[in-house]
Design a protein around this ligand. Sequence first.
Ligand SMILES: C[S@@+](CC[C@H](N)C(=O)[O-])C[C@H]1O[C@@H](n2cnc3c(N)ncnc32)[C@H](O)[C@@H]1O
Length: 492
Amino acid sequence: MTDASVSKEINLSVMKRGEVLTLAVDSSAFEGKSVARWNGLVVFLQGAVPGDRVTARITKIKKQFLEAEVVDILDPSSLRTEPRCRYFGTCGGCKWQHVSYEAQCRFKRQHVIDSFERIGGFKDVAVRETLGAKETYYYRNKMEFSFGTRWLTTAEFEEHKNATTFEQEWPTALGLHIPGRYDRVLDLEECWLQSELSWQIVNAVREFCKEDDLPVYSTRTHTGYLRHLVLRQSSNTGELMVNLVTAERRDELMRSLCSRLIARFPAITTIVNNVTDRKSMVAIGDEEYVFHGSGTITERIGSMKYRISANSFFQTNTKQSERLYDTAKAFADLHAGDRVWDLYSGTGTIALYVADAVEEVIGIESVEAAVADAKANASFNGVRNCRFIVDDLKDQLTTETRWMSAHAPPTVIIADPPRSGMHGKVVEEIRQLRPERMVYVSCNPATQARDLQLLCADDLFRITAVQPVDMFPHTYHIENVVGLKRTDLLVG
Ligand SMILES: C[S@@+](CC[C@H](N)C(=O)[O-])C[C@H]1O[C@@H](n2cnc3c(N)ncnc32)[C@H](O)[C@@H]1O
């Protein structure tokens, strides 16, 4: 064992994977890892908490850093807390249940600061305290559970992996994937993420499937029936959707499941069956059959109601979404005469949320079904000053298109791109459009910082506010809202 307190020349060539070091963990790093130093060299640790003193086994040796996994916790950090879930550590759902919520919020804010400094090159940006969630359990309005064969120990798996009857040998599991293993599902009898009712439904569906001995779809043989169970539960209206995703249509069976569930759980407002024969494990159907209710649920955020179907995108934490959208609206500093472009508008939630404060909103989004939802939600809410366009932004947002010349340029741009951030062409076009104000919402501070550096080049825009909002307690993910103003309009 090597002691970190002994300072000596680092000779990486004599270090070996598997060697065990004693380390004092000093800070959090990206993707839920933490950082310790060994003779000045950075060690990224899996499974530790800042403040811990641990022994850790080296898993990777690089010139600039080491990677290691915790073997033993010698002195636990005061930031540790007892995880509530009995599956914590095995399940892929929550990574930070063992860290106090206050510390989680601090780490997430630090992640934003580090991204802005190291990737964006912003040295003096004031990042506000993370807007933490009031409810840190039971906060999700949607959960996707997978059917699979029960998760096996490594030894069991090795013993049976080549058996031709592998899929039939192990009982049906319904739950979440174990980390890094998309072929193994942890059979969950409870989960703290959605609601108590949701895991009761999961257990009832599993029971039904076992009684009927229904086969699980296999990604190895591409046979079987059961693929996913998706539950959507509105936080503000209480409406609840059960969506069974299967590899084929079996109406009689669905009707029987339906009567069982409705009798036992009267809170269920709609039941649908999505059918797909795709080979990949996505919980989306190519055909949808409604067996109970309307096939949609309604969710409310602020004064807006949103109709959500089984395959619609919708933010999964309703309560925090309201705070996220309120922040975006406040940072946009909207006026009655503003023309807002909502880029990457999805199902139009942000566009509709800000519509009452401005003259018009135009949403641009590449997924046709999302735009159809956005239009439906505009009419559902009686909003008349929002329009939605289906297109890829990197083609749409160019000055040559007819669309651009037919519309007055925006005074405000709100962008909420996917994790990969904005295409360079989109950034450049935003700069050409020179909106007075801009709000950039992102679930990935690293790509956001990269894009902001380009947006702010030549002092065209300045960052006016940065607000991390925690949408996913007990995970290392963070949503970040940034307000920008054109520099020539800043007073003083
Ligand atoms: C983070 S979501 C934004 C969701 C939306 N703001 C909402 O709250 O419903 C990102 C959206 O960008 C869309 N998207 C991804 N690439 C795009 C592109 N090149 N052009 C237009 N839209 C795109 C995705 O389909 C997705 O709906």
